[in-house]
Design a protein around this ligand. Structure first.
Ligand SMILES: [Zn+2]
Length: 209
């Protein structure tokens, strides 16, 4: 592609103009385990381009797909990786991370008191046994709750306000979360990653091109 640029002194010259390049921050790499499944789903295993490049130089990964985007140093140029695979199999984690996202995922974004579904921004967490009464911040004592139910329950025990969670909170298995997560693909998937993820193609609107 060519374009005519006017240079500061008014003279015209024709220069090569590269196609719009993707910002480096938009070039994360999907990391696959040695069996070509993502290293983790929850959260999805994604490395920044810097981490990805370091791993290539350490020799712990192989490149599966590349972006068109290149980086260069005085001595070499390289295309940034889009998908990397671990050379050695990393054993699967057995328990899911106790995180905000995973609690919402376990509870299906449903307030565990009124049963209505909410968007993430409208949901809060409730300590079933209030902290003031010794309740801990654990899988077994935290549930998703809408702001209204959370305020109503306040720092009362379930028996004091007759508000009991729809499902007894517990630590889910990785597989339970993964099965439900299939319905909620993150909205930043790159086209190149499609082959390695199990989400339905009907959800492809979420892809970034
Ligand atoms: Zn509610």
């Amino acid at each position: 592609m060519h374009a005519t640029h006017i240079i500061g002194n008014g003279s015209r010259t024709t220069v090569n103009v590269a196609l719009p390049t993707r910002a480096l921050e938009q070039c994360p790499a999907l990391i696959l385990n040695a069996d070509y499944r993502p290293l983790s789903y929850l959260p999805l295993s994604i490395w920044s381009w810097q981490e990805a490049v370091k791993a290539i130089f350490r020799g712990t990964v192989s490149v599966v797909y590349e972006y068109e985007r290149e980086i260069s140093s005085p001595s070499q140029r390289m295309k940034l990786p889009s998908v990397l695979v671990m050379k050695e199999y990393v054993p699967e984690k057995r328990t899911p991370t106790f995180s905000r996202f995973n609690v919402f995922l376990r509870d299906h974004w449903k307030c565990q008191y009124c049963g209505d579904k909410f968007r993430t921004q409208a949901l809060t967490f409730d300590h079933v046994i209030p902290r003031a009464k010794g309740g801990e911040t654990t899988w077994q004592n935290i549930v998703a709750a809408c702001q209204c139910c959370n305020a109503t329950k306040g720092s009362k025990l379930p028996s004091e306000c007759n508000m009991h969670p729809l499902h007894e909170p517990r630590q889910p298995s990785i597989h339970e979360l993964e099965a439900y997560a299939q319905k909620f693909p993150p909205n930043f998937l790159h086209k190149e990653w499609e082959d390695f993820l199990y989400w339905d193609s009907e959800l492809e609107d979420g892809y970034v091109h």
